[in-house]
Design a protein around this ligand. Structure first.
Ligand SMILES: [Zn+2]
Length: 340
């Protein structure tokens, strides 16, 4: 029975690998076609003179730039450095994994070691530290307890049912507009009360301090020079999805740049590659309410020749894996020896 199960599992894994191999070969073909197309396009004579190539940026201990690692020239000893990979996301705003040079060399050689624990930055934490969370809770409590607050919540309920956007006739629109205007004074008095406004100003001032502290603390944790490899895509901005509070944006990268060396790395395929063997990973399946679903938060390597697989420690968190891959790619590009 057990043997049968094992055999089936191996067969399923092999099938997945075959599918991935087919997908990868298709991607390679597409890439070739793109390059060929590009080559045929450039054959047309160009009128403008090509500008001379920009010289690479020299990086020393005190360089404070945001640069692609491919366009850099090292002016410091990498042995005195520590390299961290950062990946931005929606639920977790930023996941960071820090690697020493020895660990990166091990990764490069495909030797297994336990990946370090990731540092996670969540929007809720920032909201708590800046006081935004407390302000929201205070407003909510005032709405429930005080007379003015209850009036405001009633007015809001009425306005929610009479939105101007959903009015169908001119008469309806005029009525709704009048109703909205009549509630404005009450709402403004509640939300822009001098005390609340003062709190908001304080919050804005504090927010910058709290945000600055995050990269500074990350830098002070190590006595070596910190090089931050940050993924180039997705900064976690936009509307709320699934109630997740969003405080993303470029601020993390910009503040990090002022305190450490920031290298913006191409993060393509980093979340679908195993850093030990550079093969495609798979997501395991889980059962939710009796139905089988893909567990997208976990990544497993099923390559039989991978050391992590052989030691039966082949399951990793998706974000920490992609951070490791980003750091590894950045390391490869820094040392002019492409790994990923
Ligand atoms: Zn692997």
């Amino acid at each position: 029975m057990v043997q049968e199960e094992r055999r089936l599992k191996a067969a399923a894994q092999k099938a997945t690998r075959d599918v991935h191999a087919a997908q990868d070969s298709l991607a390679n073909l597409r890439r070739t076609r793109y390059h060929l197309q590009e080559a045929t396009d450039t054959k047309k004579p160009k009128k403008t003179k090509p500008s001379p190539p920009i010289p690479p940026t020299k990086i020393n201990k005190t360089t404070r730039v945001e640069e692609d690692p491919r366009h850099t020239q090292l002016d410091l000893d990498l042995k005195e450095c520590i390299l961290s990979g950062t990946d931005y996301g929606i639920v977790t705003m930023a996941t960071t994994v820090t690697h020493t040079l020895e660990e990166l060399e091990k990764l490069k050689a495909g030797q297994f070691f336990k990946l370090p624990k990731p540092t996670k930055l969540v929007a809720k934490d920032i909201a708590w530290k800046t006081g935004q969370f407390q302000l929201q809770r205070r407003l909510q409590r005032a709405k429930e307890k005080t007379g003015a607050g209850q009036e405001v919540s009633q007015a809001e309920a009425i306005l929610a049912h009479n939105s101007l956007a959903s009015a169908m006739t001119v008469q309806q629109l005029n009525d709704r507009f009048a109703q909205t205007r009549s509630k404005v004074a009450k709402l403004r008095e509640f939300y822009h009360h001098p005390q609340i406004e003062r709190r908001r100003r304080h919050l804005q001032w504090r927010q910058w301090l709290v945000k600055t502290k995050i990269p500074v603390d990350a830098k002070r944790k190590h006595d070596k020079t910190l090089i931050q490899a940050i993924g180039h895509a997705g900064t976690g901005v936009g509307s709320r999805v699934g109630g997740h509070f969003r405080l993303g944006g470029k601020w993390h990268r910009h503040i990090s740049r002022q305190h450490t060396i920031v290298l913006v790395t191409n993060e393509a395929r980093t979340s679908m590659t195993c850093p030990f063997c550079r093969h495609r990973i798979i997501h395991p399946r889980k059962t939710v309410n009796g139905r089988s679903k893909l567990n997208l938060g976990t990544s497993c390597c099923t390559n039989p020749s991978c050391e992590a697989y052989q030691q039966q420690k082949n399951c990793f968190g998706r974000d920490s894996l992609s951070c490791t891959c980003i750091a590894l790619r950045c390391y490869g590009q820094l040392t002019n020896c492409e790994i990923l």
